[in-house]
Structure formats: C-alpha cells, structure tokens
Ligand binder design. Structure first.
Ligand code: TRP
Length: 327
C-alpha cells in the first residue's frame, strides 16, 4: 500500500474550514493508504518559541477533533512530531545538503517575513521550516502528501532534497508527490475566508445554540432592507453557504422563494443553522465522547507516536547505513 504523510501545526480546536479543507479528506484517505498523520509541534516552535504554554493543550484539543472527525487509530498512525526525535536527526542531515539559495527562494518565507509583524521569525529554525517539513515527509518514505496549494513549494523542495540525498548516498527516499484534492474554500461568517485569525469560524465543537447565534449575526443581501423586498441569493453569504450543505434541489427552492420574498433572511438563517447542526451531528457525538475521555485521546497519541518512532528508527537505520555513519 502506498504511504501518506501529513501534518498540522497545533492550533487547538479546529473549525469547519479545516474540516472541509483537509480533515475530511484525511478521513477518506485512511481507507486507501497507509497513513501517518501528525501534530507538527516543533514547527509551531519555529514562530512561537517565546510562549510554549499552550502547545500540549492545543495538541490534545486538535487530536480530539481529528478523532471526532473520524480518524481511526486502527487505520492510521496518529502521532506528535516531538515524540519522534528521529525527525530532528533527519532534519539535521537534510540541513547539511540544502543550499541556502533553495530556502531563500521559497515564496512562503518571503511572504511571511513581510506579513508577520506580531512575532519574531528572524530565527534560524524558521528559515529552515521547509527542511524540517521535508524530514517529516521522508521520515516515513511517503509517496503522497495531502496538503493545500499553499504548501506546493514546500513539497517541491522536499522532492529536491530527497533527490539530492539519493544522488550523494544512493537510493533511499522516494520523491513524494503533493496530493492537492479539489476542496472548497469555506467562507467565514464575515464573508472573508474562514480562518481562526479572522475570528469568523464555526468550530467543530460549537453547540447548536452557538451555531444558531453565529449564523444569526451573518450578513445577508445588503440591498434587501425590508422583509417584502425581493432577495438576491447570489449576493448573500447565508444563501451561498446554505447551498453547500443541502441538496441542490433544496437550495434551488430556497433561492426561488427568496427572490420573490416568499421567505425572509431569518428563515434562510434558520435553515442554514439547522443544516450545519445536522451536518456536524456525527462529529459532535464523537466529540462529546472524546471530551469526556481525554485520557484515551492522550493514550492514542502516545501509542501512535510509539509506532511512528519504530518506523522512523527503521528508516534512520537505512539512512545512517547509506551515509556510512552507522556503528
Ligand atoms: N507546513 C504545514 C502547514 O503549515 C504543516 C506541516 C509540517 C506538514 N510538516 C508537514 C504538512 C509535513 C505535510 C507534511 O500546514
């Protein structure tokens, strides 16, 4: 079976955009591939080293959401990067053979240096972020890496590093390929992209009450002032989001009723909230279970990390051998 590796930085609770954009796909992939899914907590350190107080808490919250979304520890390996020190060893080896120019050219690096002003990222480890990512991926000889398009340059760099390693020391690593699945980018409650930093999210852990409250505050068609005014569903975030979570025929009927003012914005908001609540119901149910069984979540993470360590050590054995630094 082909291998998959992917990771997320420990941002804590996940939102519907994270689910639609990545997690839902991971859940599907676990049935078709041998999957390694991990929390990139060392990657978080590269920018958040000054305050590490939330890392473990955020890691557990995120893994809780992974399990709620349907990742199954019997089907995939779930682990934390910091519990597999072999990643650090491979990162060091990769850092020796990565030319500085390759890193200077990574577009995300330049962008981040320009855009991130609230924390210091002028450090050595942040510059090497994609090298650590290459180590994460090659650590398990991954064939595919499911990631968003924003990560394409990192996967390209990973391929170049793997190739360069193989040129020096013989064929050890396959060149992994990015798996960019077509996913919808979810719009947040304020019409911008759904993102934790915009504070416009619906969380997987939101209750029915909080979903209703959040949807109630969403902005609809700005030109529809009175209930009797005809609506324009194509200019309405509520209508557009509703369409994503109900059958097309249902959305079409709501759109038609909106255009002739048969229904008001409040009705559509109620329909959207209900659709979201229903959509999230299976996740909510598992989430309630894992919330009450945090020790189990922790055990799953530790157990998965042990499996990852064993595999990583096997591969490091090959690496050290190929490099003739095995003793
Ligand atoms: N850089 C990725 C992100 O920000 C997270 C990540 C770290 C990752 N290591 C990885 C993703 C290895 C895939 C494979 O989303």
């Amino acid at each position: 079976m082909k291998r998959i590796v992917s990771g997320m930085r420990p941002t804590g609770k996940l939102h519907l955009g994270n689910y639609e954009g990545a997690l839902k796909n991971w859940v599907k992939l676990q049935d078709q591939y041998q999957c390694y899914f991990f929390v990139a907590d060392w990657h978080a350190l590269t920018s958040d080293y000054a305050d590490t107080s939330k890392i473990k808490e955020n890691t557990l919250a995120m893994v809780t959401d992974w399990l709620a979304a349907g990742l199954d520890p019997n089907k995939c390996v779930i682990f934390a990067q910091s519990l597999v020190p072999q990643h650090a060893e491979l990162h060091l080896i990769f850092s020796t053979l990565t030319p500085l120019g390759w890193l200077e050219r990574v577009p995300t690096y330049k962008e981040m240096r320009e855009n991130i002003t609230d924390k210091d990222i002028g450090n050595y480890a942040f510059f090497g972020y994609p090298v650590l990512q290459a180590a994460d991926i090659c650590m398990y000889k991954a064939d595919y890496v499911p990631v968003g398009k924003d990560q394409a340059a990192h996967i390209e760099l990973t391929r170049e590093i793997a190739r360069r390693f193989n040129q020096f020391y013989g064929d050890v690593f396959p060149e992994p390929q990015a798996l960019h699945t077509e996913v919808l980018q979810l719009t947040g409650l304020d019409g911008r992209k759904m993102s934790k930093s915009y504070n416009n999210t619906i969380e997987l852990s939101d209750t029915a009450d909080s979903i209703q409250a959040k949807v109630r505050k969403m902005i609809t068609d700005r030109t529809r002032i009175k209930r009797t005014d005809p609506g324009h569903p194509e200019d309405c975030d509520v209508c557009k989001m509703h369409r994503l979570f109900v059958p097309t025929a249902v959305a079409d009927q709501y759109d038609a009723d909106c255009r002739v003012a048969n229904i008001g914005c409040v009705d559509r908001k109620k329909a959207l909230a209900n659709a979201l609540i229903e959509y999230l119901a299976p996740i909510t149910e598992r989430l309630n279970y894992y919330r009450d069984h945090q020790d189990e979540v922790r055990d799953i993470l530790l157990e998965g990390s042990k499996k990852a360590r064993e595999e990583a050590e096997r591969i490091m054995h090959d690496v050290r051998g190929a490099m003739k630094i095995d003793w």
